[in-house]
Ligand binder design. Structure first.
Ligand code: SF4
Length: 675
């Protein structure tokens, strides 16, 4: 491995003993082990945490993508004084490797050369165990999105099993969930002050294991109502949720109700004769420079983005790292999302409260990007989890801290939500005016239900920030599916589309919206997909970005997928389960592509919509050729034989229910922890 080189503005975090010597260190205080390559850029979560701890005065080293087949590579930096911090990387390792069809992905976005063999499956567990083997007396702290979203019993799509909390398998001392800056700082600070890891049981945003006796005390007097503020919420046990899908749905619902840091209570879940105990979530970071700059008991957004990072991969890499290429010239404005889309984990992981940087901090970063050798004047994205939530929040901190709603925009935008896009528009203008900046694009998903409330924002967006195509994610058109997704009705998207088209015309620009859709989402039947295909045909849209629903750990939609129940209403919900069913739904989204015609025909026949197979103006796909039809008659290779389902097995459409408004983006694997 290469050592520190002088041509970079800041020394890289040590990755070898030579780097430690170069810094004059005998040992690290903390060593971060990550499943991603070491890219010294704020979009890489484990690196941001490492640099944050370094910024607070700790000696931090990093072991990126170690060979996990023995404990030796985990000794590369010697024994850390305080703890190992372990993360699978920016994505869950299973999601990183496998597609919705459970096939290997062709590329790992977070590895050099996009290579796919650089991390193990369930990396958090493997790494934690190897750290333990390397130095049995050193505390191990799990963090990152994989640990966070597997902290209670969860459905694992890739093994089709309900797995226990990851903390039991990893055998780590603590698990940090959600965004980790506040808890990891407190852990480091208290260990440094001489407390033992066993004593750190009260840190917000962390979970630990408790024994049978402690669990029995909690079980004797658990929280039963929302008013039981001082008690602990007891989830159905691991054994119960394995045996009973209804118990699983109850677990999912009860867990979701304790996600607002303003009113969440501790949660426990029994696993055999032990249990996992979760403290309430960490408080959001403070906006901008914070209320008390320099005060170490709090963390503010600007502190993170003022950290000293080189914004490039470590020089030991000679191959390109795909995720880095996507984000290297982009700038994040905020974190968090109050959309609460059921298929997305951003609200669960980053929180519902929007935490925004100051304009000055954003401009400082823009100037840093401008100084990069390969920058040619284009900021590729000025955004975050969503493009247009910058500085949006509940009108009152008091109301917000008491609120137990899971979304501020579904059903319908909450009357308490302040949706003023003014600060965002000002910031977009300021960034455009910076010297050396030729283009500033918005590539993050635009929340059209919010954007349509601000014609000025849409105008600004269309006139200056779209490189020909704008990404938006209506996800579906069927009201009953959108209701299960907690997304706005399609009419909101259509209004936004119209506004955007008019604003583009006014600006003299020929540009289009690129809509994203999900097939196979809980609630979506073949009939719903036919409705979507017909809408696409009517609008002349041919989506190339199609996402087959992936049940990622712990989302509400995953609970629907596994249990067949909507946990928020405890009512049945239809779910396309087999891979074949999922392919049929996806084929309807791609009905315009001849490659998908055979499956699309099969789906239409199963849905009882043979009328849409033909050559008329309303048909979605043409009929089979004579030779193909003869082959089908000969082999009997028809839809029912393939799926094992009769047409009656598909639920009939129900009357559409009114749908409110909700968010506009989809959980694609991406560099900001999107899942
Ligand atoms: S009151 Fe409305 S805006 Fe405020 S936190 Fe609750 S849902 Fe969001």
């Amino acid at each position: 491995m290469a050592s520190v080189t002088p041509r970079y503005a800041h020394p890289f975090l040590p990755v070898t003993r030579a780097d430690l010597q170069a810094r004059g260190w005998e040992q690290c205080d903390i060593i971060i082990v990550s499943g991603d390559a070491y890219v010294d850029h704020p979009a890489f979560g484990p690196v941001l945490i490492a640099r944050f701890l370094e910024g607070r005065g700790f000696k931090v080293g990093i072991i990126p993508q170690p060979d996990w087949h023995s404990a030796e590579p985990f000794k590369a930096l010697g024994k850390p004084r305080l703890f190992f911090g372990v993360a699978a990387g920016n994505l869950d390792s299973m999601l990183n490797r496998l597609t919705a069809q459970k096939k290997n992905r062709s590329e790992d976005q977070y590895s050099p050369g996009g290579r796919t063999n650089c991390r193990p499956d369930r990396a958090s567990i493997v790494y934690a165990q190897r750290c333990r083997e390397a130095f049995p007396d050193v505390p191990v702290v799990l963090g990152g999105i994989e640990a966070s979203l597997r902290r209670i019993a969860h459905f694992d799509y890739w093994s089709e099993k309900v797995r226990r909390s990851i903390l039991f398998d990893a055998k780590a001392d603590l698990l940090v969930f959600g965004m980790g800056e506040r808890p990891i700082w407190e852990i480091a600070d208290r260990l440094h002050r001489g407390e033992r890891i066993e004593d750190l049981k009260d840190i917000r945003g962390t979970a630990h294991l408790i024994n049978d006796a402690a669990m029995k005390v909690i079980e004797a007097d658990p929280a039963k109502r929302a008013a039981d503020r001082e008690k602990v919420v007891v989830l159905p046990s691991y054994e119960e949720v394995v045996a009973d899908t209804r118990a699983f749905a109850v677990m999912s619902r009860d867990f979701q109700m304790e996600t607002n840091p303003g009113n969440a209570r501790p949660i426990v879940q029994r696993h055999g004769n032990r249990a996992i105990y979760m403290n309430p979530p960490a408080r959001p970071l403070e906006d901008g420079a914070g209320l008390r700059p320099g005060e170490t008991t709090t963390v503010a957004m600007d502190e993170l983005y003022d950290l000293k990072l080189n914004r490039v991969p470590h020089p030991m890499y000679t191959e390109r790292i795909p995720a880095y290429e996507t984000v290297k010239h982009s700038v994040v404005l905020m974190r968090g999302c109050f959309g609460g889309c059921t298929f997305c984990s951003i609200t669960e992981h980053e929180g519902r409260v929007i935490q925004s940087r100051s304009a000055q901090s954003v401009l400082r970063e823009v100037r840093e990007v401008r100084r990069m050798g390969d920058f040619r004047g284009t900021i590729t994205d000025l955004g975050g989890p969503t493009a247009n939530m910058y500085k949006l929040k509940c009108k009152s901190e008091d109301i917000e801290s008491k609120c137990r709603k899971l979304s501020c925009v579904h059903p319908g935008v909450c009357e308490n939500l302040q949706t003023d896009h003014g600060p965002l528009i000002d910031l977009m203008r300021q960034v455009r005016k910076e010297e050396g900046i030729k283009h500033v694009f918005i590539a993050s998903g635009v929340r059209y239900d919010l954007a349509e409330r601000s014609p000025e924002y849409v105008k600004e967006l269309a006139a200056h920030h779209v490189g020909g195509q704008l990404s938006v994610a209506p996800e579906h058109v069927s009201p009953r599916v959108l209701e299960k997704m907690k997304k706005p009705g399609i009419e909101s998207f259509e209004r936004f589309q119209h506004m955007f088209a008019c604003a583009s015309e006014d600006a003299g620009k020929e540009q289009y919206d690129i809509a994203y859709f999900i097939s196979g989402h809980p609630g979506s039947t073949l009939e719903d997909m036919v409705m979507l295909a017909q809408w696409l045909k009517e609008k002349g849209k041919r989506p190339r970005q199609v996402q087959d629903f992936i049940p990622t750990p712990m989302s509400v939609a995953t609970a629907m997928y596994h249990t067949g129940l909507d946990p928020l209403k405890m009512e049945p919900v239809y779910t396309a389960k087999g891979l074949r069913e999922k392919r049929l739904q996806k084929a309807l989204l791609l009905y315009w592509n001849p490659e998908h015609w055979p499956l699309a025909r099969e789906a239409l026949r199963l849905a009882g919509r043979e009328d849409l197979i033909g050559r008329g103006p309303n048909a979605l796909v043409p009929p089979e050729s004579a030779a193909e039809a003869a082959r089908l008659r000969r082999t009997g290779d028809n839809a029912e034989a393939d799926t094992g389902l009769s047409t009656n097995a598909w639920p009939r459409p129900v009357q559409p229910r009114p749908s409110g408004r909700s968010p506009g983006r989809t959980p694609r694997p991406g560099p900001r922890g999107r899942q």
